[in-house]
Design a protein around this ligand. Structure first.
Ligand code: DP6
Length: 377
């Protein structure tokens, strides 16, 4: 029997992927850009073993057995075996063995916190380690598990290039910056609701492609401009431009969701109250200090610089008072001092109590890693 255990990060897009040109191969209509988040706070951990005595492939997700019949899962396994076969780095006998996969997330699954991204990135990376091909280009295989998963294979800021070839071989992720490139960058995830979401990203974007008349304009005109501007902002470490494009791209993505018929409504009243709070904060500072972005769920992901974290948390605590403020279970991740009430916080009024479940304070991080002696099986 052979076995490996790996961890893989979550990524949060600042230029959103929304819409496929090929649903089977998971080929996107537009490029997208994301930041990989630190595995210290959010990660998937997967152990894969292969054994000649295993009778069937098996997968356990957070301790519960799931069906291996899932076509995306089967395709990732088969494509990895093909790649390993071609590379001749793996004993062909091993490629004939069945696998047992055990995977767990240390954050709520399918709550709009990109669990499919870290999940498929971890699966594909662990298979690569199992078969000795971790240095091959595997992002085009992770993409076939879940589109956004291809971006979780790299550290730092990452671009998924949509590609042009019909077989999808050029639809791959590339690293734009290392995770150490902009060390002051911080991320605050405001968890509004961590129950399972109602419309999956897969279902939502498929309906958008069929029904939204605005989507074509977004993918052809707006995303290329946003991507160019964002890459330039990263090169110049220009937070003002980075933040503005991030917010505009998120707002446009949710506008597409509303233009979808029937509409996909992912943001809720608390999400919109967060948007208002951030714009008010930036207005009072006379510059963009914090940017929000929302995926296919109500949780906010805020990008900001380390110097502003305490003041932003003070404002969040004022606008969203919570009975758990002060507990380490409320603000998880990078430790923060409980901030003082300031002249600035006095300019905000509370929206309502206990509207946020918890906050995760994290930063840009590294890609997947093999870890020793920590098997889940
Ligand atoms: C809103 O990658 O989950 O998070 O490819 O169908 O598995 P599938 O979709 P998925 O979609 C993610 C959409 C998004 C934006 C993004 O991450 O770019």
């Amino acid at each position: 029997m052979i076995s490996v255990t790996c961890i893989a990060p979550v990524n949060i897009a600042v230029i959103k992927y929304w819409g496929k040109r090929d649903e089977d191969l998971i080929l996107p209509l537009n490029d997208s850009v994301s930041a990989t988040l630190s595995t210290d706070h959010l990660r998937t951990k997967t152990t894969i073993s292969a054994c000649e005595n295993y009778e069937a492939n098996k997968i356990l997700l957070n301790g519960i057995e799931e069906s291996f019949e899932n076509p995306r899962l089967v395709r990732c396994l088969n494509e990895m075996k093909k790649l390993a076969g071609r590379s001749s780095k793996c004993n062909p006998r091993i490629l004939g063995w069945k696998v047992h996969v055990e995977t767990e997330n240390n954050f709520p699954t399918a709550a709009g916190l990109a669990s499919s991204a870290s999940g498929y990135a971890c699966l594909v990376y662990a298979l690569a380690c199992l078969y000795g091909i971790e240095n091959e280009e595997i992002s085009s295989i992770a993409r076939q598990g879940s589109g956004s998963a291809c971006r979780s294979l790299y550290s730092g800021f990452v671009k998924w290039c949509k590609g042009q070839l019909p077989d999808g071989s050029d639809s791959i992720a590339v690293q734009l910056t290392s995770h150490e490139y902009w060390p002051e960058m911080r991320i605050l995830i405001l968890v509004v609701n961590d129950s399972r979401k109602k419309t999956s990203s897969t279902g939502g974007m498929s309906t958008s492609v069929k029904t939204s008349k605005l989507l074509k304009h977004r993918t052809e005109q707006c995303v290329p401009q946003h991507t160019k501007g964002l890459e330039e902002a990263l090169r110049n470490k220009d937070f003002e431009t980075f933040g503005k494009i991030t917010m505009q791209d998120s707002n446009q993505f949710h506008a597409i969701c509303l233009d979808t018929y029937p509409p996909c409504v992912y943001m809720n009243d608390v999400s919109h109250a967060i948007v208002n709070m951030i714009h008010r904060f930036n207005d009072l500072k006379d510059s963009i200090r914090v940017a929000y972005t929302f995926d296919a769920g109500p949780n906010a992901c805020l990008y900001l610089l380390q110097k502003d974290v305490e003041e932003v948390i003070a404002v969040i605590n004022k606008v969203f008072p919570n009975d758990s403020i002060g507990s380490s279970e409320y603000i998880k991740g990078i430790p923060t001092n409980l901030p003082e009430v300031t002249d600035l916080t006095n300019k905000f009024t509370p929206v309502g109590r206990n509207m946020l479940k918890y906050i995760i304070h994290t930063k840009v991080g590294e890609g997947p890693k093999r870890i020793a002696n920590d098997s889940l099986i």
